[in-house]
Design a protein around this ligand. Structure first.
Ligand code: ZN
Length: 218
């Protein structure tokens, strides 16, 4: 009992400590994403925060709890996959979920100004951009291909290269985000966490990836 009370008090202090630079603790933000994804997988979405009331309350303000860096692919829409609503997610979408200066500015803006506490890079099953780079057919997507190339080189000639290169690309982009001085500052305060993930189109499930360990579900 005593331990429970200590842990509750600890949590309150942690919440107070992060107040002012994050609405949702990073762990709670990740849980909110995973819970929403589970509802989507189970075909039981709640479609939260989509009504007139929510829309009107957010006319002059927004407090998204997560940044999703995803692919432009029409099958990989974050609000649907994570069963979230208006004002919940700050989404950066570009073919191959790659990050250059413009995308990094968007991520940093969401963390620094909007106080988002989770940044999730999301690669996905059967990504056309990754496939094109593996096949060497990059004439229409040169700028994107250049950023994906290191992941393809790293997984060259390995079994199931499409999966390996897609997950490696998400991890490479996560590592790029970790180099940002803005993100580093907020991570040091415990106000933000960065993840790489893989979206399975078939099952609808998003797996959180961990470098060197394959992936595991949190
Ligand atoms: Zn894609």
């Amino acid at each position: 009992m005593r331990q429970n009370r200590t842990s509750i008090i600890g949590k309150i202090f942690l919440l107070l400590a992060i107040q002012g630079f994050s609405q949702v603790a990073p762990d709670d933000g990740l849980k909110q994403l995973i819970d929403g994804n589970t509802r989507y997988v189970q075909d039981a979405p709640l479609h939260p925060n989509r009504g007139k009331e929510q829309r009107e309350a957010l006319v002059s303000t927004q407090t998204p709890f997560a940044v999703i860096v995803g692919c432009s692919d029409s099958r990989a829409a974050p609000e649907i996959i994570f069963d979230q609503g208006v004002g919940d997610l700050f989404v950066v979408r570009v073919a191959g979920n790659v990050i250059a200066d413009i995308e990094m500015d968007s991520i940093e803006y969401a963390v620094h100004h909007l106080k988002a506490s989770v940044v999730l890079v999301m690669g996905h099953e059967n990504c056309g951009a990754i496939k094109a780079v593996i096949a060497g057919q990059t004439e229409d997507i040169e700028a994107v291909a250049e950023l994906i190339q290191p992941a393809v080189d790293y997984t060259d000639k390995t079994k199931n290269q499409l999966y390996r290169a897609t997950t490696q690309n998400a991890i490479n982009m996560k590592n790029l985000i970790l180099k940002s001085s803005v993100i580093k500052k907020y991570m040091k305060k415990g106000a933000v966490e960065v993840y790489a993930s893989y979206y399975n189109i078939q099952s609808g499930k998003v797996d959180i990836l961990e470098e060197g360990k394959g992936y595991k579900r949190r």
